[in-house]
Design a protein around this ligand. Structure first.
Ligand SMILES: Nc1ncnc2c1ncn2[C@@H]1O[C@H](COP(=O)(O)OP(=O)(O)O)[C@@H](O)[C@H]1O
Ligand SMILES: [Mg+2]
Length: 326
């Protein structure tokens, strides 16, 4: 097809509201440009297509049954919505952690039975642990497993200089929690407890946190509320007992580190890798950094024209990650 024909097909699909066809024509146009040797244009098209897929998935138009309305009005600056399709099976988890998360799922799935006996499922969760250890990913996986939308509370929008305003916004968020069932993630939650407003007024921070805790306590919705923090030491211990479950994340041991690397490299030839050489080097790296290291090693192999990953390449990538994280 010529560029003009692509344009016609694009406009047609746009008029018909056929997003799938629209993107498919755009992909064809990208391929066409690539064949003509217009590498930069082709790449730009592909990037835009990726971005557009990412956005449309965030409003839940994906093939699944889940249709989620974008938060509107004031809520739009407080909540962002996604419909994740990741599962716990996509994560490498230590057994004890996997058990605890399975229990949350089980209680959610069996909540009718529990409620018949005046019992309520665990649904207010606090995740503690170092950056990159999978807290945010777990919230996505919970939503994916339960086929619920994931609403992330945007703390930048929530916290204002004015205490009255912040409290009103918090109430709005909890109203949404009550009205629309979902997984609600207060990520980097410590910001709520430790944020210094311009007045640097400690009393003010306490009040924000207190109003959060009161709203949390009062909430008897069907939603899951997840608060996650990399800085548990900044939180008041009294806060912990307001949650149904406090779940601790740790950096991976070498068994888990190997699992993460293996999973990420599953599409590559890894038979040559001597794991006993790699694993001691991974100590101190987070799950996220291990994922990055394996991706780096894989990319380098691909660009070197091979799908074979060597121990040396993987060790180099691990060292690079280590250097970047210190
Ligand atoms: N248990 C895990 N299994 C596989 N990948 C993981 C795991 N934990 C983290 N990751 C990888 O690290 C990235 C960052 O993790 P994230 O959940 O954002 O960490 P946190 O919220 O604890 O800082 C994830 O997107 C994923 O690629
Ligand atoms: Mg996170």
């Amino acid at each position: 097809m010529s560029a003009a024909r692509h344009m016609i097909a694009l406009l047609k699909s746009h008029l018909e509201g056929d997003d799938k066809e629209f993107l498919s024509v755009a992909m064809q146009a990208a391929a066409h440009e690539a064949r003509l040797g217009h590498v930069a244009v082709a790449q730009q098209l592909r990037d835009l297509i990726d971005e557009s897929k990412r956005r449309s998935s965030s409003v839940g138009k994906r093939s699944g049954q889940l249709v989620v309305l974008e938060p509107r009005g004031e809520l739009a600056s407080l909540l962002s919505v996604q419909t994740p399709d990741i599962r716990f099976s996509d994560m490498a988890l230590p057994e004890t952690l996997a058990e605890r998360l399975k229990r949350v799922l089980l209680e959610q799935r069996q909540q009718k039975r529990l409620r018949e006996h005046s019992l309520s499922p665990r649904r207010k969760l606090l995740f503690l642990g170092p950056p990159g250890s999978g807290k945010t990913m777990t919230a996505s996986a919970l939503a994916g497993e339960l086929h619920l939308p994931l609403f992330t509370i945007m703390l930048e929008g929530l916290i204002t200089k004015f205490m009255g305003e912040t409290a009103a916004k918090l109430r709005l968020v909890f109203e949404a929690i009550r009205q629309t069932q979902g997984v609600y993630l207060f990520d980097e939650f410590d910001a709520l407890g430790t944020h210094r407003g311009q007045s640097n007024d400690v009393g003010e921070i306490r009040r924000v946190l207190n109003s959060f805790l009161q709203l949390l306590e009062k909430d008897n919705s069907q939603s899951l509320i997840v608060a996650a923090t990399n800085h548990p030491e900044l939180l008041d211990k009294a806060l912990f007992r307001r949650f149904d479950d406090v779940i601790e994340y740790k950096l991976p041991d070498s068994k888990l580190a190997e699992e993460i690397l293996q999973r990420k490299l599953a599409m590559f030839q890894t038979a040559d890798i001597v794991w006993s050489r790699i694993l001691p080097e991974t100590e101190g790296l987070s799950q996220a950094e291990l994922v990055r290291a394996s991706e780096e090693a894989a990319k380098r192999a691909v660009l070197g024209g091979s799908t074979r990953i060597t121990s040396e390449a993987l060790i180099a990538a691990v060292h690079e990650r280590k250097a970047a994280s210190h």
